[in-house]
Write a protein that binds this ligand. Structure first.
Ligand SMILES: Cc1cc2nc3c(=O)[nH]c(=O)nc-3n(C[C@H](O)[C@H](O)[C@H](O)COP(=O)(O)O)c2cc1C
Length: 208
């Protein structure tokens, strides 16, 4: 069963002008992973088309560093088209069990081919096959056709590695702003926002 933890005064006090938001994010991710939640690194990712239509979906944040958050996808998907035209995105994590949310806004760029291929090689063969045949976000034929396509790819690459398609890879969401939200009693929640100016993070507390 999932443990529920309520934000303590101690935790809320730890975040302030001297904090590094990436270090906080790293700490929170460690805590979330300890809770045994399903898909703890799932984030809602919003992108925008050139005409300003917003599209949101869930993706998995596979790694993070001072540079930002990395997720993997099909570059020809709707998000891929949005990001090619408008390389800005917003991501939101919500962990009910911890009563916490993280919002990240920033610019998005493709990861290097090496990063994409390294991650591709770490994936289960079944997942590689599914991604290999997927024309993500395009209209698909029947379920049977999807399974047939996968079986054909399996036969084609029998005994060989499945190559990472050129249209599949990572994106780096480089944060311009990161906000940490902690649910507090009586809805007097804590919001800690960090905005990046050149190489520095500026901190401010926001009204809930
Ligand atoms: C828990 C969960 C995790 C997902 N992770 C990914 C992911 O890491 N990459 C990805 O391309 N799609 C992922 N998806 C599927 C996306 O939500 C979405 O359906 C797909 O990327 C196509 O989105 P688009 O048409 O907006 O580009 C995930 C879905 C769920 C529910």
């Amino acid at each position: 069963m999932t443990k529920h933890v309520v934000a303590s005064d101690d935790l809320a006090m730890q975040i302030g002008p001297d904090s590094n938001p990436i270090a906080i994010f790293d700490e929170w991710m460690k805590e979330v992973h300890l809770l045994g939640l399903k898909e703890p690194n799932a984030m809602t990712l919003a992108t925008s088309s050139p005409s300003g239509e917003i599209h949101a979906r869930t993706v998995l944040c596979k790694s993070w560093s001072e540079d930002g958050l990395i997720f993997f996808t099909n570059y020809n998907s709707q998000k891929g088209h949005d990001l090619a035209a408008n390389p800005y995105a917003a991501a939101v994590f919500f962990w009910d069990a911890l009563s916490r949310q993280v919002k990240v806004d920033g610019t998005v760029e493709k990861t290097s081919r090496q990063v994409s291929e390294e991650y591709w090689r770490s994936r289960a063969r079944e997942s590689q096959l599914s991604q290999f045949v997927s024309q993500q976000s395009q209209p698909a034929p029947s379920r049977e056709d999807l399974e047939k396509l996968r079986s054909e790819a399996e036969a084609k690459f029998h005994g060989q590695e499945i190559p990472c398609p050129a249209h599949w890879g990572g994106y780096l969401l480089r944060p311009k702003a990161i906000e940490f939200w902690l649910g507090r009693p009586g809805r007097l929640h804590d919001r800690h926002q960090f905005v990046k100016s050149t190489q520095h993070w500026t901190y401010r507390r926001l009204y809930p």
